[in-house]
Design a protein around this ligand. Structure first.
Ligand code: CDP
Ligand code: CDP
Length: 228
């Protein structure tokens, strides 16, 4: 069976998951939000009061829990064992700590293996930081989404306001800058644009504009597979 893989990377709040969900829906393929996996582990580490810097202790947690991604009509839900933590993993305490958890090489090794397994038997659109550069180096389409930090902070502010998550614009901008810095400078598969990725600056683009541009880039593969 022929499969298609689409990798979408970029810094925080560039619009990756929103457009990835739309593309997955349009093409009838699976959406994989890899950030949710790192967020779930961070959530559990915070619950258990473990030192986030202690990779061995964090790995003990990772090895004893089951992080599961499930598809629903809105996109994806994330579970730790049987507990639905989809909303909980988006809260500011998790967001503030996730880059510390995501820098540990052993954590990444296990997460990446699980992500690669998902793409082995399914057509996927996968979003994250290292998908085109590391997780799916042979992806059919690689996109690197960017937008100014001011615009990204505004988008996250509006999103949080709608969800009732407490937020302050200035604090959000600082948090996004700090997380981008940590993600870009870590040693293990940092946030980086893959050499063969197409960069799209979404600062002044709507969600539909971005989705349509990516679908255009995917068109040769879509035709080949006869998806639509
Ligand atoms: O949605 P947002 O951009 O805020 O973040 P996310 O995609 O949920 O990712 C949360 C964090 O997980 C990132 O800041 C990275 O530290 C980490 N992450 C990663 O290291 N590698 C990935 N493939 C995905 C996320
Ligand atoms: O996944 P990532 O962190 O890159 O960003 P996101 O969660 O998809 O997008 C953050 C927010 O920006 C969402 O509320 C989107 O609706 C919004 N957005 C936008 O206003 N314009 C875009 N071109 C893309 C996303």
């Amino acid at each position: 069976m022929e499969l298609i893989s689409i990798a979408i990377d970029g810094p925080a709040a560039a619009g990756k998951s929103t457009v990835a969900k739309q593309i997955a829906k349009k093409l009838g393929i699976i959406y994989v939000d890899t950030g949710a996996m790192y967020r779930a582990l961070t959530y559990q580490t915070l619950q258990e009061n473990i030192d986030l810097e202690d990779e061995k202790a964090v790995m003990e947690i990772l090895n004893k829990i089951d992080i599961r991604l499930a598809q629903d009509k809105e996109g994806q839900r994330v579970f730790i064992n049987e507990k639905d933590v989809t909303e909980a993993v988006r809260y500011p305490d998790v967001t503030a700590s996730v880059s510390v958890i995501a820098k540990h090489p052993l954590v990444r090794k296990k997460m990446v293996a699980a992500q690669q397994e998902l793409a082995q038997d399914n057509s996927v659109v996968m979003d994250g930081r290292d998908i085109g550069s590391h997780v799916l180096p042979d992806a059919d389409v690689k996109i690197f989404l960017i937008a100014s930090v001011t615009e990204r902070a505004k988008r996250r502010f509006e999103e949080n306001r709608q969800k009732g998550i407490p937020a302050d614009l200035h604090t959000l901008e600082k948090e996004i800058e700090k997380r981008d810095e940590l993600d870009s400078t870590r040693e293990a598969s940092p946030l980086v644009k893959a050499e063969d990725a197409v960069e799209l600056d979404t600062t002044s683009l709507s969600i539909d504009d971005v989705t349509n541009k990516i679908l255009e880039i995917c068109q040769p593969f879509i035709e080949k597979l006869g998806i639509r």
